[in-house]
Structure formats: C-alpha cells, structure tokens
Design a protein around this ligand. Structure first.
Ligand SMILES: [Zn+2]
Length: 259
C-alpha cells in the first residue's frame, strides 16, 4: 500500500464553533496538487481554469462563514486530483478527460494509485463532514447543509444564462425557498436545478451528508465570472448572507407561543 504524501492537510475549516444552523461545505475550494503528482501533465493555463476548481467560491464561502458565524468545511486539493463531489467508484472521480482537456497525469493510473488519492484527500474530507454532522445531531442542533459551488459561464461551447442556481434532489424545503428569495431580488436569473441537478451518481456531498442524514440541504452554484474578483465575492457573500438569514428566520425560528 503506497501513501500519497501531502504538504498540507486536505481539510480547511473556519468557525468550527460557530452557532449558525448553516453548515457550509466547499468541495472544490482549492486547486492544490500533491507534489508527487507534479502538474498532472497540464500547463498552468489549464490548472487555473474551472476544470481544476470552483473559481471564486473560496472568497464567497470564507466571507459567508464569517458573516453568518457558520462552520465552513472546505477541501484544498484540485478536483483533477480527485473530485470530492463524486462517488469514488465512478469514472469522473479521477477524470481522464474534463470538458475537452485530457489529463495526462490521470491516464492509466493503477487502482492502488487511485486508492492512495482517495485515502489521502477524499476520505479525510468526508470523514470530517460526517463527524461534524454526527456531533451536531447528537447535540440536537438544527443543521442545514449548504454546499457551495461555482460554474463556468460557457461549457463545451454553450453559454449559460443563469447568475446562480439551486441544486437539489430529495429535500424540497431549502432550495425552493432560496429560489423564491433569489427571484424576488428582481435582478437575477436563478436556475431551478440548473445548470444541473443533483443525483446519486454525479454528486456525493448532498446525497451522503445531506439526504442520508436527513438534513435539509441545497447545493448553490454561482456563475464564475460574477465572483472572479474580490468585489464580486464580497457582493455575492453579502447578498447570500442576507437571504440565508431570511431562510433561517423562516425555517428555524420557533413558532410564536401565542395560542
Ligand atoms: Zn463545485
């Protein structure tokens, strides 16, 4: 059994003691690559675009965690190394091809090499989320899992009109409410399960940590060109923080005791 050595741990956490009912996750926060894997055979121009990570989402997630006092659990390594939002047994877990880019460093890797990536990155990240949710449930804490992502404005030549999308499957509480609030903003094109929907084969975080644990949940996808710089990240973090507070008021505040 070979281990994959990491210079830095895969899990990044903020506000672990935060009192907010929102638990924020960020599967594609970073684009680090373990030293042993070099550059995966790709030029810098590929390693900085959307196939490697969710551009801009780290800056939004950090600000929202701080503003809401919400626990953020994020993952440092590139999804080209291993995609932390895919079941590890599907081909796109360690993609040989992403959009139109072939990834030489992922071609023909052995099951042992794939397993080493899974043990070094995927497992500690998901174990931490699982432990945190377990502790919150034991403590009787209300928890809404909010899985934060960003999407490329153009995929395989097709332009996407949405500014933001809510992504959900079995839980039908948080996403429709957030969608209603986003549409009430008046200046947004908000996607209902667009640019894609959650499924058990194309996703991991929501099915495993949200649905299987019985938590209210939604995925949120923000278009990358809107959060590419700090001004955009700040704007979107402020807007979503305001809407999250409305969600919290609607779903968490106990009903009035007046009979
Ligand atoms: Zn993502």
């Amino acid at each position: 059994m070979t281990d994959l050595a990491l210079a830095e741990p895969p899990v990044i956490e903020r506000n672990a003691a935060g009192a907010s009912p929102f638990l924020l996750t960020c599967d594609h926060y970073g684009r680090a690559i373990p030293d042993a894997l070099g550059d995966l055979g790709l030029p810098e121009s590929e390693l900085t675009r959307h196939i490697a990570w969710d551009i801009g989402i780290a800056g939004v997630a950090e600000r929202m965690s701080k503003a809401l006092g919400a626990h953020l659990i994020a993952q440092r390594y590139s999804r080209l190394v291993i995609d932390c939002n895919r079941p590890p047994d599907v081909a796109s877990s360690i993609p040989a091809l992403s959009e139109a880019t072939t990834i030489p460093g992922n071609a023909g890797i052995t099951p042992q090499q794939a397993d080493a990536r899974r043990r070094a990155i995927f497992e500690p990240y998901h174990r931490r989320i699982d432990d945190v949710i377990g502790a919150r449930i034991r403590d009787g804490r209300m928890t809404m899992l909010m899985s934060l992502h960003s999407f490329t404005p153009v995929y395989a030549g097709v332009a996407r009109p949405w500014h933001i999308g809510t992504l959900y499957h079995r839980d039908k509480t948080v996403a429709p409410l957030l969608l209603k609030l986003l549409r009430a903003e008046g200046d947004l094109v908000a996607g209902d399960n667009q640019p894609y929907a959650v499924s058990d084969t194309t996703d991991y975080t929501i099915p495993v940590h949200g649905e299987a644990r019985g938590l209210m949940n939604t995925g949120i996808e923000i278009r990358q060109d809107l959060i590419a710089d700090e001004a955009g990240q700040m704007q979107w973090a402020e807007r979503l923080t305001r809407l999250f507070r409305e969600i919290e008021e609607t779903l968490v505040t106990p009903p009035s005791s007046h009979a």
